[in-house]
Design a protein around this ligand. Structure first.
Ligand code: AMP
Ligand code: TRP
Length: 341
């Protein structure tokens, strides 16, 4: 007897590749997050069967106060909805609602040589800066690999700063599959056309724990203040000095906020314009660009239930996928009861 597939799209068997990505609730979404990753989250949500994780286990490596972390997680869900993710078309999940992420991380830990995680650039940078370097920070990319492959996701929209982490995820998959059989597919990154966005200090990448961000949903005056504080070309000291747009962070950011960025860069190069006016223009353009999303965020935040409803729906959607993978993994590695023969 032949059966036709149900007409409803939501219950139809999916043949789309699966997407997973994570964002840490360790601070407010910033320009680096948006240009490097979040705009792609939205652009890809229909092309793939998409799962977006608010990775609070990861954020424990830097946020050490319970109330703060819970509230940052809540705010990050609002950010994800406001940038344009639609919980009816994707799943937005809180990593800690699905503790099997940590279980799979542990299993991977027994496969991964220590030297692989010691190569992790985030860990090396923390060591070099004399920051606290917990075992969690060392293992951070192992948990990231588990996050992705627990859903057998193959597409991972991330910023270009995550290149080394994605490479390590693939190595972990290969090592696991060699030991236990072909269980996991290898994931690949999906990048936007933005480079790694530099912070307002002009020396390091913009990052939530670096204190050098421009939060996309900040009050307009705060965005103005932060853009005006940006470090530009250090060799351009006087207004009449020609600037070098290729090293000026403000000029680089103009690329994403208007079709006339080449003229703007030319103005700097020839000293026709000064840094102050170029910054003022950038600030106004950033504010205008995010205005509709910011207004939408305010509307969403007014409804106290929206965040937990979104996370509950996300969790219910992904649970069967993750249960199936973990059953396969536990059977392969030999944990849990002996199977009857
Ligand atoms: P995080 O804030 O570290 O959780 O990062 C969330 C996403 O934003 C990841 O895909 C990162 O690759 C991306 N991202 C974070 N900072 C930057 C940056 N400065 N430039 C480009 N992408 C970034
Ligand atoms: N490491 C990522 C970052 O700092 C966050 C992250 C955790 C992630 N798990 C992930 C990204 C899984 C992609 C896939 O930006």
């Amino acid at each position: 007897m032949s059966q036709t597939a149900p007409a409803s799209a939501s219950s139809a068997p999916t043949t789309r590749e699966r997407l997973f990505t994570g964002i840490q609730p360790s601070g407010a979404s910033h320009l680096g997050n948006y240009l490097g990753a979040q705009q792609n989250y939205v652009a890809l949500q229909d092309r793939y069967e998409s799962i977006y994780g608010i990775v609070d286990y990861h954020a424990l490596t830097t946020v050490h106060d319970g109330e703060t972390l819970r509230s940052l997680t809540h705010e990050m869900v609002l950010d994800m909805l406001a940038v344009g993710l639609d919980p009816d078309r994707c799943a937005i999940v809180r990593q800690s609602d699905l503790p099997e992420h940590a279980e799979l991380c542990w299993i991977f830990d027994t496969v991964v040589p220590v030297s692989w995680v010691e190569r992790n650039p985030t860990y090396k940078a923390a060591l070099a800066e004399g920051k606290e370097n917990s075992a969690g920070l060392l293992n951070y990319p192992v948990l990231q690999a588990a996050d992705i492959v627990i859903y057998k996701a193959t597409v991972v929209p991330v910023g270009k700063d995550q290149d080394a982490h994605l490479e390590l995820s693939r190595e972990i998959v290969r090592a696991f599959n060699r030991r236990y059989g072909e269980i996991f597919p290898e994931p690949r990154a999906a990048y936007t056309d933005a480079p790694i966005v530099m912070g307002t200090d002009g020396t390091r990448k913009m990052g939530k724990s670096a204190g050098n961000t421009i939060p996309i949903f900040a009050e307009p005056d705060e965005i103005r203040r932060l853009v005006m504080s940006m470090v530009t070309d250090p060799q351009r000291i006087k207004r009449t000095d020609p600037g070098r747009p290729e090293v000026c962070n403000v000029c680089q950011l103009h690329r994403f906020f208007g079709g006339d960025y080449l003229q703007i860069q030319d103005g700097e190069r020839t000293a026709r314009t000064g840094c102050v006016e170029t910054k003022q223009l950038l600030a106004e353009r950033i504010i205008e660009f995010f205005r509709p999303m910011r207004e939408q965020r305010l509307r969403l935040a007014a409804d106290a239930r929206v965040v937990e409803e979104t996370l509950g729906a996300g969790r219910d959607k992904v649970r069967p996928i993750l249960d199936a993978t973990m059953a396969e993994v536990r059977a392969a590695v030999g944990i849990g009861p002996r199977r009857e023969v």
